[in-house]
Design a protein around this ligand. Sequence first.
Ligand SMILES: [Zn+2]
Length: 458
Amino acid sequence: MPRLLLALFLLAIAARAETADWIWTARYVVTMDPARRIIENGAVAIRADRILAVGTRAEIDRRFQASQRLDRPDALIAPGLINTHAHVPMSLLRGVADDLRLQDWLTKFIFPAEAKNVTRDFVRWGTRLACLEMLLSGTTTYVDMYYFEDSIAEADREAGLRAVLGETIIGFPVPDARTPEDALRFTEGFIQRFRNDPLVVPTIAPHALYTNSDATLRAARALADRYRVPLIIHVAETRRERDDALAKWGKTPAAQAESLGVLNGATLAAHCVWLDDADIAILKKHGTGIAHCPSSNMMLASGVAPVVKMLAAGLNVGLGTDGPAGSNNDFDLMEEMDLAPKLQKVSTAEPQALSAARSLEMATIGGARAIGLEKEIGSIEPGKRADLITMRLDLPNAVPLYNVVSQMVYALKGGGVRDSMVNGKLLMKDRHPLTLDQDVILAKAAEYGAKVTESLAK
Ligand SMILES: [Zn+2]
C-alpha cells in the first residue's frame, strides 16, 4: 500500500476508535464483577477517573485509542484492595509494645505514648509512612480513625489513596480535643471541608460504646444523619467489652448500640468478635457493615469473629488490618486475605468454612459494600472509579498457576504488587512510588522512633 494511503487508513481507524487515557493489559484481569469473571489476556480502558471498559486485550485494543499504556503480560490486574479498619498514624508506634492484653497495651503503652508524642506533624508523617506501605502492598482505599484527622486527609491527598476518615471521638482528653464535644465540633468542620472531595470520604468516628457517654453517641448519630455520612465504631472486640456491657446495661454491645440508635444509618462496625446470633440479626437488620481484622484479633487474643455466620446471614464483611501498633504491626491486606479463611478453618475444624473466593470478595467488593462505596469501587466494571493494581505472576511464589483466585489469596504477597492506580492517577509504577518520597519517609520514621523511645523512658 502506498505510504499516503496507509496513513489515511490508519487515520480512519484512529478516528473510529474511542479515546482513552490509559489501556492496561495483563495475562489476567480479575474483575470481581457480579459474574466474578476472570479474563485471560485481558485489558482495561480508563478515561479520567473512571473505568471505560473491560474485556479481552483484542477487544479493548480494537475499540480504544489510548494516550498511555501499561502492558503486563506476566501479571494480573485486580481491583485495588480495601482496608476497612486502621489507625494509620500509629505506623510510627509499630512494635512499641507487643504481646500484651488489649487493656494493658492501651493503658500502659499506647495512651501514654500518644499523649507524649502525637502532634500534627507526627500524624502527617505517620500517614505518609502508612500510605507508602499500603501502596506497596496493593491497598487503594483505607478506613481510618485517629486524631488530627484533617492532617491525615491532607497527607492522604498528597499520597493519592482513597480514604474514609473519621476523627476519633472519645470520653477523655486526647491530643487535639479536650472533650468529646470538641471532637464533635471538629468533626463537623472536617465533614464540611471534605464532603465533596474526590478521594476523602469524611465520617463520624465515636471510638466505642464503652469509651463514650450515651449522649455523645446519640450526638454522633445525629451529626452523621445531618450530613448523610457513615458512622464508624469499634463493636464487641473483646470478651471483656461484651461482659462489661452485659453487667452495665444488661445488653450486648450490638444490642446497646441499637437501643441508642447508633445503628440507624450507614455504619461500619470494626471487629464484631463477641457476637451472638441475636447480635448478628441486629446488625443485619440495620445493614451495618463489618470490618473483620483477623491479624489483630489473633495478636491481641481477642477471639474469633463469627465470620461464617455473618456471611451466611448476608452481612457485608470487609477486611481490615487494624493497628498497626501492637495489634498487627503492618498494613499488608494480602496477609489478612490469607489469614481470614485460615482462622475460620482452624476454629471450626472445617476446611470448607471460608473459601479463597469469599476472602477475595471481602478484600474487594465486600469491603466496598461494608463502607457503602460499592457503586464506586471494589470491582473492575465500566463506570466505576479506576482503582487498580497489578500483581506479578512471574515470582517463585506465583508459579505454577492452576487457580488464579486461590493463588491470590494463599500464595501471592503484598511485595508482588507492581503498579497501582487510584481515581485514574498512576501512583506506583514498577514498585516505584510516584507521589511519596520513600527515602525521606523512612528517615522521618526512624527519627520519630527515637523520639518515642526517649519519651517512654522518662
Ligand atoms: Zn481499631
